[in-house]
Structure formats: structure tokens, C-alpha cells
Design a protein around this ligand. Structure first.
Ligand code: ADP
Ligand code: MG
Length: 242
């Protein structure tokens, strides 16, 4: 049974058709990398999965809950699917711990004491237990992104969607974030990751999805997609990275 199921997904912005019929299933515990040129629809796909964008036709379900713009569905969905962005978007006036405590208290109605215990646990999980009281401007970019991951984990999601989460980081900080993602993958978290980190995709992901012009152009295990790209578009895309 797929955790995330997408059938015939079409999404337009005005007359610009950005997703042109996406069919994709992601199994529980699966780690998929989504690659492709800028503008190919990667972010829009993730945003549709999380209910951040409405779509014109097709069907998306997450653990049997349909992804619609219905408020009840959206609330259920956002408890199950966490999203992490390129920009960390931490509240600057709140400590790392308070940033992590916020959503469980507001969205789930978790008590302050319980939220604090959970926040400490998930900060420990990303290697930042000792930074509970630090403010975002006292943390490196890599640490801030790890707090953002902890914030998502505090909601106990069934799946995490990551949109270029290392793209805003200085190169020397990329690895600490990827290591956290890798450890989540090893623990069985379901992950869909838009990424430019091809080595990470090759080493950690179960499947790679190459998007081109709003479609899944190629899909397969990383050893096939990277070593034996079938279409000229993927060959060209991979060629440009070297
Ligand atoms: P990617 O993440 O692969 O770079 P996006 O999903 O961000 O691609 O964008 C795909 C296309 O959708 C682009 O042509 C982009 O200009 C367009 N697009 C994305 N978001 C919006 C929006 N909010 N309004 C209008 N057009 C958008
Ligand atoms: Mg994008």
C-alpha cells in the first residue's frame, strides 16, 4: 500500500501548465530524490503533495486521506506530512527549542511541558540538544536547517518533503544536514527530496525521479538513472552537472 499516491496530476498557473499528468506512488519507508532543471515543476509537485497548492485535476492521497483544499483534509494532511524548505524560516525572536515547540502546541494542542520534552528529544535527534536555548542568529546555517528539521519531526510526520534544503548553505555546512537526512532515512522515514546533491541521491535514495517539462521523464533506482540514463534530456541534465 502506497503512503503517497498521485494519479493524473495536472496543475496550471493561469495558462502555464506546470504539471502535465504525474503518476507516482511512494511507499512507506521509501526515500526518493526528485531531480531536474529549474522550472521543471519539482517544487510545485511537493507543494501539491502538502496541500500548499491547489491543482486542477488528478488525485493525490496520503495514507488514504485525499489531498484537497478542504480544511479538514488539510489539517489531517499537515499532521502527516512535514515540509522543509531551502530557507529555514525560523522565528528569529524565539529560541531553537521554542521554535520546535510552537507547532505541536498550536496545531495539536500539546501541553507546554510535553512540547518541551518532545522538542528536546527531536533536537537531540538532529545533534542539537545542547542548543535548545540558542537563538537562530547564534546558530550556523546548517544548525538552523537542522532545527527546521527538528521542528518538522516534532509533529511526528509519516513523511517529510524536502525542497532543496541544502541549497542555501555554504558548502562546508551541507554535509551535516545531509547526515541528518540520511539517519532519518535509515530509521525508516518516508522522504521525498528535491535535491542537487547527486552523490547523496545515488547513495541514500531508493529511487530517483527525473522531472522534465512537468512530467516524470525517467524514474528508477539510482544505479539505473545515473549510470544508464535512457533519454537525451536526462543525459544532457547529468552531463551539465559534471
Ligand atoms: P522547479 O522547482 O523545478 O524549479 P517550480 O515548480 O518552482 O519548478 O516551477 C515550475 C513552473 O511553475 C515555472 O514555470 C514557474 O515559473 C511556475 N510557477 C511556480 N510557482 C508559481 C506561482 N506561484 N505562480 C505562477 N507561476 C508559478
Ligand atoms: Mg524548486
Amino acid at each position: 500500500m502506497a503512503l503517497i499516491s498521485i494519479e493524473g496530476l495536472h496543475k496550471r498557473f493561469g495558462t502555464n501548465e506546470v504539471l502535465k499528468g504525474i503518476d507516482l506512488s511512494i511507499e512507506a519507508g521509501e526515500v526518493v530524490a526528485i531531480i531536474g532543471k529549474s522550472g521543471s515543476g519539482k517544487s510545485t509537485l511537493l507543494r501539491c503533495l502538502n496541500g500548499l497548492e491547489a491543482y486542477q485535476s488528478g488525485k493525490i492521497t496520503v495514507e488514504n486521506t485525499p489531498v484537497t483544499q478542504d480544511e479538514t483534509d488539510l489539517r489531517t494532511l499537515r499532521l502527516r506530512v512535514g515540509m522543509i524548505f531551502q530557507q529555514f524560516n525560523l522565528f528569529p525572536h524565539l529560541s531553537a527549542g521554542r521554535n520546535v515547540m510552537l507547532a505541536p502546541m498550536i496545531v495539536k494542542g500539546t501541553s507546554e511541558a510535553e512540547a518541551k520534552t518532545t522538542a528536546q528529544k527531536v533536537l537531540d535527534r538532529v545533534g542539537l540538544g545542547h542548543k535548545f536555548d540558542a537563538f537562530p542568529d547564534q546558530l550556523s546555517g546548517g544548525q538552523q536547517q537542522r532545527v527546521a528539521i527538528a521542528r518538522a519531526l516534532a509533529m511526528e510526520p509519516r513523511a517529510l518533503l524536502c525542497d532543496e534544503i541544502t541549497s542555501a548553505l555554504d558548502p562546508e555546512l551541507v554535509n551535516e544536514v545531509l547526515q541528518v537526512v540520511k539517519s532519518l532515512a535509515a530509521d525508516g522515514m518516508t522522504l521525498a527530496m528535491v535535491t542537487h546533491e547527486m552523490r547523496f541521491a545515488r547513495d541514500v535514495c531508493d529511487r530517483v525521479i527525473f522531472m522534465h517539462l512537468g512530467k516524470v521523464h525517467e524514474i528508477g533506482p539510482p544505479e539505473d538513472v545515473f549510470a544508464n540514463p535512457k533519454t537525451p534530456e536526462l543525459q544532457q541534465f547529468l552531463g551539465q552537472l559534471n
